[in-house]
Design a protein around this ligand. Structure first.
Ligand SMILES: [Zn+2]
Length: 59
């Protein structure tokens, strides 16, 4: 039984457009413990490294 079957109205729903980001979506990332926030560690396969001070850590 179709109780209370409503007819769907095709309302033009304003869709929120997703912000188009670059090839890589923004990630907060991890900042360098030596350089402080603002300096993010570069993501590598097995490690993260800082381009400023050379700090790196294994994943
Ligand atoms: Zn650093």
């Amino acid at each position: 039984m179709m109780a209370g079957a409503k007819q769907k109205e095709n309302k033009p729903v304003a869709k929120k457009e997703k912000k188009k980001s670059g090839p890589k979506s923004y990630k907060p990332g991890k900042s360098c413990p030596k350089c402080g926030t603002g300096v993010r560690l570069a993501e590598h396969k097995e490690r993260r490294s800082c381009g400023k001070c050379g700090y790196f850590e294994k994943k």
